[in-house]
Design a binder for this molecule. Structure first.
Ligand code: NAP
Ligand code: ZN
Length: 352
């Protein structure tokens, strides 16, 4: 075991603050990574403030962060894919049983024994796992990903959650050329959704509550932008979408979007507001529409997504911040004031 610097919160109402945490010494199968950048996901905020207490209660202290890129510093003797000096990435998961039907299908995110990057039981050290707002992390090789060399590292970090969470359902639901696709909420996830829908050749429409994001949405690849608070603008799109990705972090009227789906259209929720959303039966019955959810993506698909991003030069649009600004960044997320992902330069942790 060794100690490393981190930022952690002591309770749901405490700010993130400097801390020292333990990490295991790498086992034969482990890769030790010096963390260079870590994205700030709204899930970090939900977890730090225990907003998902009914589903995944937070254990304190919590070290959030699951959009990790860095450099390999040490590998165990059985590690074959990485060597010291390589770029490497870690997303939302650091382990799973590897034997169940979900793992066999490459869907480790649905394994009953998945170890998530933070706030999951730590089978090595006891207690819970600690995430990427830290200097270094030790992860089983099976959960370490390769970062294409051409990608900007600060912008690549958010691909590990915001990227795969939007890429995976779009692949699953067949987003492609000729499809009309909506993306609701232009935050970290939403802006990656726009980039992927555009890259897949779909006609892409952004729904935003923030009129000032209109020009950015077009620059990011949207063909049209709708200010969702404007009922007349919404009505123009009634019954016309093949697929809508809902990436909103807070309570909102989902029926307004279900009504925009065409026959057999699907709305997939990736946003995870803490309170249940009310669904009007008739919004689904009319047109045999469906509503579903999606949770990140498996490891193989995450690598596929990273390679796709390498080939198409896709990264997140990031505002790079020192870790000392993490609390401020959380407050800005709550005001939808994010363009379009905060990426923490982890060198600031060493300095601070
Ligand atoms: P984010 O960067 O804060 O973006 C959320 C966006 O939602 C905002 O920028 C805003 O976009 C919109 N929004 C916020 N409050 C709203 C409200 N009251 N009504 C309507 N729209 C509102 O968050 P994120 O990191 O992208 O995460 C989004 C959600 O996905 C979070 O709940 C997060 O926990 C969840 N998540 C799920 C998964 C998964 O695997 N399913 C993975 C990662 C994150 P506009 O300004 O454009 O309206
Ligand atoms: Zn996330």
């Amino acid at each position: 075991m060794y100690k490393t610097k981190a930022y952690s919160a002591a309770s749901a109402t405490s700010p993130l603050a400097s801390a020292t945490i333990p990490r295991r010494d790498p086992t034969d199968r482990d890769v030790q990574i010096e963390i260079l950048f870590c994205g700030i996901c709204h899930s970090d905020l939900h977890s730090v403030r225990n907003e998902w207490s009914s589903f995944i209660p937070t254990v304190y202290p919590i070290v959030p962060g699951h959009e990790i890129v860095g450099r390999v510093t040490q590998v165990g003797s059985a590690v074959t894919k990485y060597k010291p000096g390589d770029l490497a990435a870690v997303g939302c998961m650091v382990d799973s049983d590897g034997t169940c039907t979900q793992c066999q299908a490459g869907l480790e995110q649905f394994c009953k024994n998945t170890t998530f990057t933070f706030n999951s039981a730590d089978k090595h050290l006891g207690g819970v796992t600690y995430g990427g707002y830290s200097d270094s992390i030790v992860v089983d090789e099976r959960f370490v990903l390769r970062v294409p060399a051409n990608l900007n590292l600060a912008g690549a970090a958010p691909l590990l959650c915001a990227g795969i969470t939007t890429y995976s359902p779009m692949r699953h639901w067949g987003v492609t050329k000729g499809k009309k696709v909506g993306v609701v909420g232009l935050g970290g996830l939403g802006h990656m959704g726009v980039k992927f829908a555009h890259a897949f050749g779909a006609h892409t429409v952004v729904f935003t509550t923030t009129p000032a994001k209109k020009e950015d949405a077009l620059r990011l690849g949207a063909d049209e932008v709708v200010v969702s608070r404007n009922a007349a603008e919404m009505q123009k799109h009634a019954g016309s979408f093949d697929f809508i990705l809902d990436a909103v972090s807070a309570d909102h009227d989902i029926n307004a979007y279900l009504n925009l789906l065409a026959r057999d259209g699907n709305l997939t929720l990736v946003g995870a507001p803490s309170k249940p959303l009310g669904v009007a039966a008739f919004a689904l019955l009319a047109g045999r529409r469906s509503l579903s959810g999606s949770n990140i993506g498996g490891i193989a698909e995450t690598q596929e997504m990273l390679d796709f991003c390498g080939a198409h030069n896709i990264t997140a649009d990031v505002e790079v911040i020192p870790i000392q600004k993490a609390n401020e960044a959380y407050e800005r997320l709550l005001k939808s004031d994010v363009k379009y992902r905060f990426s923490i330069d982890m060198a600031s942790l060493k300095a601070g």
